[in-house]
Design a protein around this ligand. Structure first.
Ligand SMILES: [Zn+2]
Length: 98
């Protein structure tokens, strides 16, 4: 599990994402399926909230490099960005309603 806190950690992964075209589908609350449309790979990302903090984990074997997983893989970044965009959209809609 990686704590999702600093947005700048996701910026680099996000830049890669805009080039690669990912699709995100929600399987169940807190479980997302990320598909890479160009390479036809599929990953499951799980998110979790513990005492007000957001955590996320991805089960991708492709992210392994030198026997270590990168701190934030692109799948997890994709879900974080997706959830942020969703939240921003909801906030804007709520503001309009007032
Ligand atoms: Zn991954």
């Amino acid at each position: 599990m990686i704590q999702i806190e600093r947005p700048e950690r996701f910026t680099k992964a996000a830049e890669r994402l805009t080039r690669e075209h990912h699709g995100i589908r929600r399987h169940e609350p807190h479980l997302y399926e990320v598909t890479n449309k160009t390479k036809v790979s599929r990953c499951h990302v799980r998110t979790e909230r513990r005492s007000g903090r957001a955590f996320g984990s991805c089960a991708c074997p492709a992210g392994l490099r030198h026997g270590q997983r990168p701190p934030v893989c692109k799948h997890l970044a994709a879900v974080v960005i997706y959830l942020r965009a969703l939240r921003a959209m909801r906030q804007r809609a709520a503001q309009r309603a007032h």
